[in-house]
Design a protein around this ligand. Structure first.
Ligand SMILES: NC(=O)c1ccc[n+]([C@@H]2O[C@H](COP(=O)([O-])OP(=O)(O)OC[C@H]3O[C@@H](n4cnc5c(N)ncnc54)[C@H](O)[C@@H]3O)[C@@H](O)[C@H]2O)c1
Length: 335
């Protein structure tokens, strides 16, 4: 049995605990949350968990073999430093951290970490994304020339005081939301060479919290990538990305799946085969979060690499921090 301890028993901590608890090879053994009631609520659901009184106590507990960090973004560093000191396998929610200073300290540590390090880029575990990656690798659209990401959320309900609405804690849509999509653009297109962004950054003079960014990045080879992302109150919500190549285009949408468009514009819907997720599909039923946890446990037990590890964490952070710097300074950031 793989013994798992969780730091942060909020929304994602609970989601991961629920998916891990369904796996036959896992026992949930420990939880630490800075708010004792949160730890207590998780222990009530999973009585095998011991409540720990600090991140250090949790990671050093001999009953913890895999450490899951699901605290708020600005607290990841505290959990990561404690976890890395133990040499145990680590899963950390995305994004890696909030600030440039924390990133400079953590990046070399995670890239040289001797045990498994996985980052919560859950979209890499969706069958649709795996299908799209495979089609790009097979040359379905030829050579990519441009890309667009639209991640619009019109139903943002968080209020002032919530850490998500504090740009200094969450990084707003540029870090909290676009970390996933910057990671996918990196997966599909390689490395960005520059970015320019304009953004609200959760201005406190608004009655209700709102955020918005419009950014343009250029990838190696000249592929131009446009990214638009929002937390707004009212208006439509959808996430889609389109990659155009010299032989056609591929579009992925959360609401409509994957389509191929030939250069005449004719659309072919792509049948998503859940089988692309590999042998684990037998053990898991459920969404990409369930698959992410099953894959993680498989990696720890069978000493395999995760679909999103240190390189993905570092490259997406580099992109997001560059976008944030551009929005903050009004200047193009070159990588
Ligand atoms: N992969 C995804 O799709 C996804 C989705 C949502 C959030 N996230 C990420 O997951 C992380 C957690 O987000 P969430 O939505 O669960 O937030 P949340 O606010 O629901 O939960 C965070 C929990 O951490 C606790 N906490 C606060 N400070 C702590 C500390 N120093 N040590 C331990 N616990 C602490 C809080 O009391 C709370 O229970 C964030 O980094 C966020 O960006 C990822």
């Amino acid at each position: 049995m793989l013994k798992v301890g969780i730091i942060g028993a909020g929304r994602m901590g609970k989601a991961h605990a629920g998916n891990l608890a369904k796996l036959k090879s896992v026992t949930l053994t420990a939880v630490y949350d800075i708010v004792p009631a949160q730890s207590a609520a998780m222990k009530e659901l999973y009585p095998t968990m011991e409540i720990m009184d600090s991140a250090a106590a949790l990671v050093n507990n001999p009953e913890v073999e895999l450490i899951v960090i699901a605290s708020p973004t600005y607290c990841h560093k505290e959990g990561l430093l404690a976890a890395m000191a133990t040499g145990k396998p680590i899963f950390c929610e995305k994004p890696l951290c909030r600030s440039k200073e924390d990133f400079k300290e953590l990046a070399p540590m995670i890239s040289s970490y001797k045990n498994l390090f996985a980052i919560g880029f859950v979209r890499r575990y969706s069958a649709a994304v795996i299908t799209m990656r495979n089609m790009l690798a097979e040359g379905k659209i030829g050579k990519p020339i441009s890309s667009s990401v639209c991640c619009l959320f019109g139903g943002f309900k968080r209020e002032w005081g919530d850490w998500f609405t504090d740009y200094d804690k969450s990084g707003g849509v540029m870090l909290d939301m676009l970390a996933h999509h910057c990671d996918l653009q990196n997966l599909f297109l390689g490395k960005p060479v520059s970015v320019y962004a304009q953004s609200f950054r959760l201005p406190k003079d608004l009655e209700k919290p709102r955020d918005y960014v419009s950014a343009t990045a250029v990838y190696e080879g000249g592929v131009i990538c446009n990214l638009e992302c929002s937390w707004l109150r009212g208006g439509p919500s959808d996430t889609f990305m389109t990659i155009h190549g010299d032989k056609g285009a591929l579009k992925f949408s959360d609401s409509q799946g994957v389509s191929f468009f030939d250069i005449g514009g004719a659309e072919t819907k792509i049948e998503i085969d859940e089988g692309v997720k590999g042998h684990l599909q037998e053990e898991i039923s459920g969404n990409m979060y369930a698959h992410e946890m099953a894959y993680l446990v498989d990696c720890v037990i069978n000493k395999k690499a995760p679909l999103a590890g240190a390189d993905a964490a570092i490259e997406a952070m580099t992109f997001c921090l560059g976008m944030m710097e551009s929005a903050e300074t009004g200047k193009i950031v070159k990588f």
